[in-house]
Design a protein around this ligand. Structure first.
Ligand SMILES: Cc1cc2nc3c(=O)[nH]c(=O)nc-3n(C[C@H](O)[C@H](O)[C@H](O)COP(=O)(O)O)c2cc1C
Length: 267
């Protein structure tokens, strides 16, 4: 998923730290508002917009840029750092603008950041050492959730039921995407058979079957949902169906038999 994070972090670089934690998880490019050309936007699948909170809203550079951008139907997430303990309505201006321009807001994140302005000068600054490692960990977790929400196969299983099978796996189709699997969904229509999923999976879930051109998740019952294949896939052809039931499946499988261990050692 081609991701662009646009960040204005003009005061102390607090929001840039958050942006970098998110960018690492999303393999995203980071740009300042000034570096963004209007023609950049169509080539990205997901856009992050973040800044320090300056006078109760996102920084004016972000707001001005978004006013100019064409973001209709674009998947977007927003974030900020601020001094005040509670976020309140600080994101309202940017959220309204995104709604007005028909962007699809997938989520928002905010944490506190060090501030040594106004009343805080007297105590040599407030929120010392923030954002800290805990804040950056939360930023990374937020980015993980956004990646799942933005994935082209998110919700696919719920929308389409399996009408047939392919190499023993359930097959769902919307006419464009042909998706096999129940736990590990693989869009065979765009899989380029690069083999990265096979290499990265610790559980040997993927196998190239005799008649198939692409690796298939035939061992999906052993998938522990580590997400490595999903992250590695260059065409976003793989989606792990992260349900509570699938978590329980692993728990029972692990406690009741040694199949998981065997699959792990097989590699
Ligand atoms: C000009 C200016 C205005 C600010 N206004 C607010 C504000 O309205 N509310 C708030 O909670 N923090 C406010 N802050 C604190 C910043 O939001 C906070 O320090 C933030 O982490 C800065 O992020 P940055 O270093 O990425 O620019 C303000 C800081 C500056 C410099």
């Amino acid at each position: 998923m081609k991701t662009l994070i646009i960040v204005s972090s003009t005061y102390l670089g607090n929001t840039m730290k958050v942006a970098k934690a998110m960018a690492h998880e999303l393999k995203a490019t980071i740009k300042s508002p000034k570096e963004v050309a209007l023609s950049d936007i169509p080539s990205y699948d997901l856009i992050g917009l973040g800044s320090g909170i300056n006078f109760a809203s996102h920084d004016k550079e972000i707001i001005t840029l978004v006013e100019e951008l064409s973001i209709a139907n674009k998947k977007i997430f927003i974030f900020s750092t601020r001094c005040r303990p509670i976020l309140g309505s600080y994101h309202k201006k940017l959220k309204s603008l995104i709604a007005q321009k028909e962007g699809i807001l997938l989520g928002e994140f905010s944490c506190v950041g060090f501030d040594r302005t106004g009343p805080w000068v007297g105590m040599n600054g407030y929120n010392k050492n923030r954002p800290n490692s805990k804040d950056l960990f939360k930023s990374m977790l937020f980015a993980m959730q956004i990646r799942k929400k933005a994935h082209p196969l998110s919700g696919f299983k719920k929308t389409y039921s399996s009408a047939s099978t392919y190499e023993g796996l359930p097959l769902r189709s919307d006419g464009v995407k042909n998706v096999v699997g129940n736990i590990v969904l693989l869009n065979t229509s765009i899989c380029i058979a690069c083999g990265r999923c096979t290499k990265s999976c610790p559980m040997s879930v993927f196998t190239i079957k005799h008649n198939a051109n692409t690796p298939l998740p035939v061992g999906e019952a052993n998938c522990i949902m580590c997400g490595k294949c999903e992250k590695e896939c260059p065409t976003d052809a793989i989606f792990i169906n992260e349900t509570f039931g699938n978590g329980l499946r692993i728990l029972f499988r692990e406690s009741s038999c040694d199949k998981l261990q065997k699959a792990y050692w097989r590699k």
